[in-house]
Design a protein around this ligand. Sequence first.
Ligand code: C2E
Ligand code: CA
Ligand code: CA
Ligand code: CA
Length: 282
Amino acid sequence: AKEAGRNRYQFYSDDMTARAIERLSLERDLRGAAERNELFLVYQPQIELTNGYIIGAEVLLRWKHPVRGFISPLRFIPVAEDSGLILGIGERALRESCRQAQVWREQGLLDMRISVNISAVQFRQTDFVEVIERALAEAGLPPDKLELELTESVVMQDVEPALEKLRRLDTLGVKVAIDDFGTGYSRLSSLRQFTVDRLKIDQSFVHDLPGNADAEAIATAIVAMGSSLGLRVIAEGVETEAQEEFLQRISCKEGQGYLYAWPMTTSEFEAWVTAWQLHARA
Ligand code: C2E
Ligand code: CA
Ligand code: CA
Ligand code: CA
């Protein structure tokens, strides 16, 4: 029995070691990845469902590892968060997003809002609002052209400092969206005290539309809640016409997903916008 116990311990231990080594190697490679230009941003449009207008774009990080190829943000963002690297990477992404949005406005390509994902680690920093102000000022971007995507758990944890930051952002005019909405533990009623502007229906619900009674009920409830609280509601992960039709039927006014466009590089996004606008006008 003792032997078996030791073997089992050995097994778990090797497994944990392998995972720890993998994490460390990712962390090592991530350090300096930005300087080596391995990290870049892609943009996914957000669409007003009734008329097809482009109302904004979400910015998503990409990492092209020189040996391993593309590594999903679902894998490297947690490593960046645990190691603190997210602070530098996130601020860089924020500044570049603001700059790019302002370039597009000045070029007359599109006067849309840019939505940037913010990690809990960034939001918790005491100088978070100053970092946002600096990025806006540096880019010359009007504050209401920037939206920050925060998850429910980020704003519901440490409620007092979070409320204070959200109030300051609101005063600045910066928009806030609650990402992955419906997946968290929050009491929906407590949403009222948060100065947020938009709810993003999590793609796991959108995926099961239409036909799945639970997903339909949740999506419908989120849209109703948004409307009663005066919040905009966007559905993420819209892939099919049937999903879009259902969303229109429950009066969800905004959507984002592969049905409209994949996340695109700067030049791809510019070409897409031009083609989309021609199509929409036709
Ligand atoms: P998220 O913020 O919920 O982003 C939405 C994810 O859904 C993105 O995955 C996007 O590419 C994907 N997506 C878009 N349309 C569709 C669709 O129609 N169907 C499906 N199935 N998926 C769709 P991505 O780019 O792999 O990012 C994954 C997560 O990584 C993000 O989830 C976000 O939590 C995180 N992330 C990405 N970029 C950043 C960033 O710059 N900063 C931070 N803090 N997190 C980021
Ligand atoms: Ca997001
Ligand atoms: Ca606001
Ligand atoms: Ca999301």
